[in-house]
Design a protein around this ligand. Sequence first.
Ligand code: ZN
Ligand code: ZN
Length: 138
Amino acid sequence: MLSNKKLRMSRQRKAILEALNDLHCHPTADEVYEMVRRKVPHISLGTVYRNLEILTSSGVIRKVQLGGAQMRFDDCRDEHYHIRCLRCDRVDDLPLDPLNLSEEILSAQTGYKIVGHCLEFIGVCPRCQDEEGGDEAA
Ligand SMILES: [Zn+2]
Ligand SMILES: [Zn+2]
């Protein structure tokens, strides 16, 4: 195998990016692994983790830090917000423009050097609502 110091698009890495594209809804590393394994049968979970880290630190993908238990990955690099289902833990993008917060002012007020922000909405996704039955039994 090639071991180049620069970020090369190895077969494994390409398969990981394709999996992220196919999975859409912010997969966990384990979900990416399951998907990649169909194309690259001998890949290890460690390799997938390592490549996800490399892709994240080189800015190709983003890590999504949400209230859910697991770290998720996102192939959309633009600032955007997420909505998470409380029942099945699925995560979708919100069609909402980034808030125009003045990080300078907040920085001055808190003394923090602000590097970004995240905003998470929580709810029940359409599929889980269906499973509950259409009528509100409350
Ligand atoms: Zn759900
Ligand atoms: Zn997203």
